[in-house]
Design a protein around this ligand. Structure first.
Ligand code: IMP
Ligand code: MG
Length: 180
């Protein structure tokens, strides 16, 4: 796996400090609210596990699994719900937890769907943001860990063809890996 990585973007230590900063900010902003973290599987699984432990206010958690009819490196915006939420969103301040905001098509679809379920509020927390790639105008990160340029990154939950999610850091995949 390590041989397929061109360079490390965010080391374990840096990711830890990013998550601590986000957790602190979210804990301040959601004091006295009814926080529900909605993790978008599978990519956000590692981030979610760390972020929830960096949050010091009470929160509920739930998971949604979507597949975005994509080729291997680009999403189409046509989203299939593979596993829906268990919790009824009414009365909750929903915070969507996502691995990376790329074109924004996936989150645009999910956000609209969840707004229709009448939560108190809904916001987005993404570990990584690729603003250069945004293809929709109605999606932005309310909380963002770090920006990345237009390169394909893997690790810390992010995959290429379901592999590399277990790398503890975030790195850029060598082009030859996905162009072969
Ligand atoms: P969007 O709908 O284009 O914003 O796509 C978002 C999803 O595409 C993310 O949740 C990831 O699963 C995937 N994705 C986008 N960019 C990358 C990347 O650089 N590495 C791994 N997955 C990515
Ligand atoms: Mg993915």
């Amino acid at each position: 796996m390590i041989n397929d990585i061109e360079k490390v973007y965010y080391s374990e230590e840096v990711l830890k400090s990013i998550v601590e900063r986000l957790g602190k900010q979210i804990s301040e902003d959601y004091k006295g609210k009814n926080l529900l973290l909605v993790s978008i599987l599978k990519g956000s699984v590692v981030f979610m596990a760390d972020l929830m432990r960096a949050i010091t206010v009470p929160c509920a958690i739930d998971f949604m699994c979507v597949s975005s009819y994509a080729d291997k490196t680009q999403s189409s915006g046509v989203v299939k719900i593979v596993k829906d939420l268990d919790i009824n969103l009414e009365g909750y301040d929903v915070l969507i937890v996502e691995d990376i905001l790329d074109s924004g098509k996936t989150l645009s679809y999910i956000k609209k769907l969840l707004i229709g379920r009448n939560p108190n509020s809904i916001k987005i927390c993404t570990l990584l943001d690729k603003p250069e790639r945004r293809a929709v105008s109605d999606i932005w990160a309310d909380y963002s860990g770090a920006e990345v340029p237009d390169e394909f990154v893997v690790g810390y939950g992010l995959d290429y063809s379901e592999i590399y999610r277990n790398l503890p850091y975030i790195g850029v995949l060598k082009r030859e890996v996905y162009e072969k």
